[in-house]
Each structure stands twice: as C-alpha cells, then as structure tokens.
Design a binder for this molecule. Structure first.
Ligand SMILES: C[S@@+](CC[C@H](N)C(=O)[O-])C[C@H]1O[C@@H](n2cnc3c(N)ncnc32)[C@H](O)[C@@H]1O
Length: 353
C-alpha cells in the first residue's frame, strides 16, 4: 500500500523532531557543566567574559565560549547584547546552580545520561523480554533520581501531600512508626523524620549503595537515633508500622500486588499506605503530553526493565494511572483507596483497609 505524504504534516513532524534533537544535543553539555562545576562557577563570578569564566572555572577558553553560546541558544544562560559577557539569571541559578533550591532541575540530565549509558543492556532486553536489575544501571541514574525528585519532595511532601492525609499526620505527630519502602537515597524519609520529631522511621531498598548513602545522610542530620535505613526488598523488611510509604517505586517492583499485601501484613490496626506515583491518566491517549513523553521514556529505560528483573515481572510502567494502581491496592485489601493530590508530575494515593 502506498501512503501519500501530507507536506504540511511532514513539516510539522520534522520541526517537532528538530526541537527534540536540539534538546537532546545539549545533553552532554549539561552533564559536563554539572560535573565540572561550570554552573556554580558562572553563578559565583556573575556577568563575565568567556576568558574570566574559563579562568574561574579552570577550563579552556575556547571550550568555555562554545559551551556558553550553546546554553545561550537554549536560553539556559544570559548574555549582553554583543555576547561579550555571560551570566546566569536568578531563575537560571535556581534550576542549575543551587543544589538546595526547590526549583533545581539539573538532576534530570543525570537520569538522561544514565539512560544513554544503559542502551546496550536495554536493547538486549527488548529482544529477550528479560529485565535489567536496578543495581546494574549507570550510577548517574541513582544520583539523578535522587536529585530530580528532591525539589518536588522539598516543595510538596510536607506542605501539600501530608496535610491531605490527616490520619497519617496524626499518627506521626503522636510518635508513630513509618516505613519508607523503595526509599532509594532516602530523602523522603529524612524530610519526614525532620518534620515529625516524636515518630521513628525506617527506609528500605534493594539497592545497597543507596542505603549506605542514606544512612550517612541520617548521621549527618543527627537523626540516626530514630531514622535508619536497611537493605531489604518490599516483601522481606521487618517490623510493624503505622504508616508505610512507597515513593515513586511501586510501579518499579516486579510484584506490586505482593508488595502491597506484604505492607498490609506489616501495618498496625488502622494503619495506612501512602503511594506517590508519577502523575498519569488511566488511558494512554490522555498521557500524550510533554510529561507523558518523558515518563514513558524513563519507564522504558528504567521502570519496565527493573520490574521485569524481579519475580512476577508485572511491569506496570510509570504511567499506570490511578485506576490500575487503586485496583492493585484494593486486591491487596486496602478497600479505601483515594487519590488525595494530583499535579502535573505526581499523584498521591492514600490507602487504608
Ligand atoms: C525510581 S526509584 C525511587 C527512589 C526513592 N523512593 C525516591 O523517591 O527517590 C525506585 C526505587 O525502588 C527500588 N526498588 C525496586 N524494586 C524494589 C523492591 N522489590 N523492593 C524494594 N525496593 C525496590 C529501587 O532500588 C529504587 O531505589
């Protein structure tokens, strides 16, 4: 069958591709800028020539200048009219140069670079249908996941999400116990521990290097007496809890139903599970957006292979949607499952029996 090409549709598609290609082209420059501290150096120096910037950053001027031009074209860097001096605006500093900013976005580029490193293993998995262990991903993936989610947890967890779940906040204010399953490097658990001084906290994850770093952070924050992290999987951790959380990880698990049932068995009477998942609608047609493109791509490179590497290998994907997640929780015995918060990037489900 011969297909007729509609020229205007073709042009529109080509332009959409060019925009994506251009965005992808900047990827290695973002990683290099981050790794060599170029954003921090530019923020520190303020408006400067490429020579002054190169000197301050300890890099070659010619590379510095080309990097600056590329970033200016992307509107990631500011400049004077004649492109003689360069600087980061307050907003550009907030997203690229301030590690503690609630607007930080540089971590996304870590994940993207990590995913590029993972291409060979994932391409092989496409053919075999097998999974790839989370621990076998490139280290950029672990660092990027923690850094990319950090601003959202800092902005939303205590100010917007927990207030929507009064049953959980009451328990934690009175000194309850919380287990954060699939906690990664543990920022979500640490923020909760700082906020609820009467309660005690455990974070568990299958990824030992993340748990090691999480415990280091707990010590640094002086919280080790009531916050600890253990290497365990979602069906082998010990203890009984008032609240069990899954931050952006239930869909990564091979057996989310098994994990939900196990969580139920670990809850005290009246306890509850909180799920934080990537925001999604139930039908793929409703996820065809900029955010959907990113999540389906992350999911192909990370969530699906992780899940397929584990028992059952359900591979829910990052865009499973609230209905599918609620069905799983109900099947596990959480008869009251409600989406209590949703924005462009996250949704929060509170689940009780
Ligand atoms: C996308 S990361 C999210 C990490 C962390 N919750 C956060 O929000 O930054 C998913 C995490 O789930 C963990 N994970 C995957 N399968 C698991 C399982 N069966 N049991 C426990 N953790 C698991 C991974 O090791 C990884 O740290």
């Amino acid at each position: 069958m011969s297909l007729t090409v509609d020229k205007s549709k073709l042009r529109a598609l080509q332009w959409a591709i060019m925009e994506n290609v251009s965005a992808c082209a900047i990827l290695p420059l973002m990683r290099i800028g981050d790794e060599l501290g170029l954003f921090a150096a530019l923020a520190k120096v303020g408006p400067c020539t490429s020579e002054t910037f190169a000197q301050a950053a300890g890099i070659d001027e010619r590379y510095a200048r080309e990097w600056l031009y590329a970033l200016c074209a992307a509107e990631y860097c500011s400049h004077d009219e004649d492109f003689e001096t360069f600087h980061l605006s307050a907003e550009q500093q907030a997203v690229f140069a301030d590690e503690d900013s609630k607007a930080l976005m540089i971590g996304a580029f870590d994940i993207l670079v990590g995913n590029v490193h993972g291409i060979n293993a994932i391409a092989k998995a496409f053919k075999t249908g097998e999974g790839v262990n989370y621990g076998d991903f490139h280290p950029c993936v672990f660092q990027g996941t923690a850094r990319f989610f950090k601003p959202s947890y800092k902005s939303n967890l205590l100010a917007k999400w927990m207030p929507k779940i009064p049953a959980a906040t009451e328990k934690l204010e009175k000194g309850g116990r919380l287990c954060d399953v699939g906690c990664g490097k543990g920022l979500s658990t640490l923020l909760l521990a700082e906020h609820y001084p009467e309660a005690s906290f455990v974070g568990i994850d299958i990824h030992e290097p993340s748990i090691y770093e999480a415990n280091k952070e707990a010590r640094r924050a002086g919280l080790s007496d009531r916050l600890c992290y253990d290497t365990a999987d979602a069906e082998s951790y010990v203890g009984r809890y008032d609240v069990i959380t899954f931050f952006d990880c239930l869909h990564d698990m091979g057996d989310p139903l098994g994990a939900a049932k196990y969580a139920r068995s670990r809850l005290h009477e009246g306890g509850l599970v909180i799920l934080i998942e990537p925001s999604a609608a139930d039908h793929p047609r409703e996820n065809m957006s900029v955010i959907g493109q990113m999540y389906y791509a992350f999911s192909t490179m990370g969530c699906v292979p992780t899940s397929k590497s584990q028992k059952v290998g359900l591979a829910l994907g990052a865009q499973a949607g609230p209905q599918r997640l609620s069905d799983i929780m109900r099947e596990a015995g959480f008869l009251n499952t409600e989406v209590v918060f949703k924005n462009a990037s996250n949704m929060v489900l509170a689940c009780s029996t």
